[in-house]
Design a protein around this ligand. Sequence first.
Ligand code: FAD
Length: 361
Amino acid sequence: MDTQEAPAESLPGSKISDLIAAAQELRKPFVSLEFFPPRTVAGVVNLRERIQRLKRVAPFFIDFTWGAGGNTADLTLDLVLEAKLEHGLEPNMHLTCTNMPVLKIDNALQACREHGVRNIVALRGDPPAGENQWLASEGGFKCALDLVHYIRQQHGDFFCVSVAGYPEGHPDRIRQRKGGLDALSEAERARCSVSPGTGEVYVCSDKDFEVELAYLKAKCEAGADVIITQMFFDASVYGRFVAECRRVGITQPIVPGIMPINAYGGFQRMTSFCRTRVPPNLLARIEVNKDNEAAIKEIGLDYGEQMCRELLQLGAPGLHFYTLNLEKVTVGILRRMGLAGDYDEPPTEDTAQMLDMIKSG
Ligand SMILES: Cc1cc2nc3c(=O)[nH]c(=O)nc-3n(C[C@H](O)[C@H](O)[C@H](O)COP(=O)(O)OP(=O)(O)OC[C@H]3O[C@@H](n4cnc5c(N)ncnc54)[C@H](O)[C@@H]3O)c2cc1C
């Protein structure tokens, strides 16, 4: 039972932890979708139309990210409230500590609470664009763990709190390893990445991985209900991560975050920025087709379907898609798997949204 009730005027929504538990009981995988607040007016219009169409997939919940540095906070809140009040969807609002004094955090949580939005993803956030080092704002929180503590302290059980998990280790702890693959343990070899151009090997060491697991456990013990993972392209990395989490006593559901492959440039940028492991067979297919936009999307569909099937076989409770505000590949994968609900037309082209992403940088 909740220790604190919602204000009288709100219509409290569901907690995604309860929805996930119900789906697990029925052994029915769920689908959830993530969007970011666009920076252009056209982007916002496109996103609204897209959400209207994607409702037919019947996502369990939809996430809205919190712009790096809190720069799109108002839009995130608007989109969250629209999703709940106009579309009847269950929003999961991301909230980061970057440039967020306590008062701003309080305001964001209060706005959610007043409108019955009960799902928050508590994150530290990345440094704002152009800055390399993450710095806490004055009197603000230093890490996601502080934010989880604070939410529980201020709001009891009102919110379902999700946190981020990193199956390959957080990028800050992924470092170059001299000596190549031979210098790695078996577990390190299974989660390392090899730089396509130089052959350099990057990995979160076993020692650092233990620190990461202990920290994730602390976030759970502080009150996190659900873990959503960073993207990955090797399903076995997810399987091993779940096993490691269970070994250290983490019991929360671990939802795999899936980044569909939509275009060569985006894939290349994201995987090199995060030092993501890319299985050699996938990399080879992508590189051969890098100038063929349609072929890359086709690989995104094939590979996405194969990986999602493997994840469900590994026991993933559902599939969380980082849509990047795009539609075609995500819906394509879901249709192939029979998980697209009532979305029964060919998915709309992503061109307009792609242009918006390019303009937003
Ligand atoms: C599912 C998901 C959603 C995301 N959504 C957003 C978003 O909406 N907006 C956005 O800007 N970014 C988002 N990000 C990116 C995220 O903000 C960055 O990855 C950021 O660098 C770390 O955030 P975190 O919440 O994981 O941080 P934390 O959990 O605080 O951890 C960050 C790193 O610091 C280490 N660390 C921190 N404190 C301690 C401690 N006390 N002891 C030991 N280690 C510690 C952790 O081990 C980890 O390596 C998201 C990431 C994921 C995986």
